[in-house]
Write a protein that binds this ligand. Structure first.
Ligand SMILES: Cc1ncc(COP(=O)(O)O)c(C=O)c1O
Length: 449
């Protein structure tokens, strides 16, 4: 067995970590985590750190949840993996039944992939291919809004708009149609969140109408543009987007990868707009953070355009080696069972209110522009100037400094720029909420006295 020192040395010598400037690791080496339990991650010296971001938004019911763990262990002794072309198994079938139930059977076809970005690739390709098979020519572009993030593979990156991830690779990417989206913190129409009727959708609508003949799909993160800084917007925008896409024969792809499975207060964020999109992509929380898995849900009408004799060559010839992995599917079934076992959403609602309430003293802080909340997502937007909403210069790395301070206090935050957000596992209890909110406030006040 490796000693902790050996592990740390091997990491330093060989591992290239995601989304990181590796030079930073000379000052702040990767933190070795020995085990996880509930909302806590345990370091080498027994010290623990509260995972307030659910480890990149994947964990729903706490680390090493005993029920999910037991289901995976049981499955591992039966079937760990099988080719998913021409073969099937119980966890995939059972999970499909759960997934089809998410939209009351309206989206009754399930395509499995193995991470969020690959689900986005699937949805984009399926949408494009559908129009081709349906004999509707010229629909070969995708629309998205500013602030969008859908993953980092070439297709997924193309329909995102965050420069940090996209800029460098621009020459490699698909040409897309980028539209202004809702910006509720700095509303262009001067509306408050309460009075908003998604007036800003008028701009989106114009673009959709002008480009409808070339648009295959409009892809959107429902209710919350997560990577953009937990930019929360009201369901009415989504409702309007859905109606307009229907009218114009443009698919609507809802990317529920970050926001699905209760994060926004309903099982799916799209439920709050009372819509059934053409495609829904899910991943992250799907397996409770145990194993990589994703799925694209769609309807029979779309599926039927791919259905025919082999010689017609209309099939969706897309595959990933680990599609429908039995262990991951079994973990996902366990997640659904946990939802069925208690009223998780109702309990979360109370927790979310408590988190928000505990943070309200921060509203007085000169650099807190807004505290916004949508289900189990609570975000604090830090600004240089409260009155104008002017942002800090990114070079000041305010969010990053708060992150470093909080980490020393036993709290794992990972701000998005200068937006500090709390998105903890649903099993967090009152005492842990208090620790999380108090430490967040202390960390903000330390860096921004
Ligand atoms: C909304 C959204 N879509 C897609 C992805 C990509 O998922 P993955 O990191 O599993 O590829 C993410 C990841 O953060 C996301 O937030």
């Amino acid at each position: 067995m490796l000693s902790v020192n050996e592990i740390e040395k091997l990491d330093r010598d060989h591992i290239w970590h995601p989304c990181s400037q590796m030079k930073d690791y000379e000052k702040y080496p990767a933190i070795y985590i020995e085990k996880g339990e509930g909302v806590w991650l345990y370091k080498k010296d027994g010290a623990r750190i509260l995972d307030a971001i659910s480890s990149w938004w994947v964990n729903l019911f706490g680390h090493a949840h005993p029920y999910i763990a037991a289901q995976v262990i049981d499955q591992v002794q039966k079937l760990e993996q099988v080719i998913f072309a021409n073969y099937t198994h119980a966890p995939a079938a059972e999970l499909a039944r759960h997934l089809v139930g998410l939209f009351d059977g309206a989206l009754d076809k399930v395509f499995y992939a193995d991470n969020g970005s690959s689900a986005i690739e699937v949805a984009l390709k399926m949408s494009y291919h559908y129009w081709l098979n349906a004999g509707v020519p010229g629909k070969n572009k995708f629309a998205h809004i500013k602030g969008a993030y859908h993953g980092e593979t070439i297709g997924a990156l193309s329909v995102g708009s965050l420069g940090t991830y996209k800029k460098t690779y621009q020459p490699l990417l698909l040409e897309t149609v980028e539209m202004d989206g809702p910006d509720c913190f700095r509303c262009r129409y001067g509306r408050t969140r309460k009075e908003c009727q998604a007036e800003c959708f008028a701009e989106t609508q114009t673009v959709l109408e002008q480009r409808q003949h070339e648009l295959s799909a409009f892809i959107i993160e429902p209710l919350c543009q997560a990577a953009a800084g937990m930019a929360i917007y009201p369901p009415v925008y989504l409702r309007k987007a859905h109606a307009k896409c229907r009218e114009l024969n443009i698919h609507l792809i809802c990317d529920e990868i970050a926001v699905g499975f209760g994060r926004t207060g309903t099982m799916m964020a799209s439920h709050q707009a009372d819509i059934v999109p053409d495609f829904v992509a899910v991943s992250k929380g799907l397996t409770g953070g145990f194993l990589p898995l994703s799925a694209v849900l769609t309807c029979k009408d779309i599926y039927d355009q791919f259905y025919g004799d082999y010689s017609e060559q209309r099939a969706f010839m897309h595959s990933h080696s680990y599609s429908g992995n039995p262990l991951a599917c079994r973990a996902a079934c366990a997640v659904f069972e946990l939802f069925q076992g208690s009223d998780v959403l109702a309990a979360n609602n109370i927790k979310s209110e408590t988190i928000y309430h505990e943070l309200t003293p921060l509203l007085e802080h000169k650099n807190v522009g807004e505290i916004r909340r949508c289900g189990m997502i609570v975000a604090i937007e830090l600004v240089k100037d409260k009155a104008s909403g002017e942002a800090f210069d990114w070079r000041e790395r305010i969010g990053h400094r708060i992150y470093r301070f909080a980490e020393q206090q036993g709290l794992l935050l990972r701000p998005l720029g200068d937006v500090i957000y709390l998105m903890p596992p649903y099993v967090i209890n009152d005492e842990e909420i208090r620790f999380m909110t108090q430490t967040t406030m202390r960390s903000i006040r330390e860096i921004l006295p």
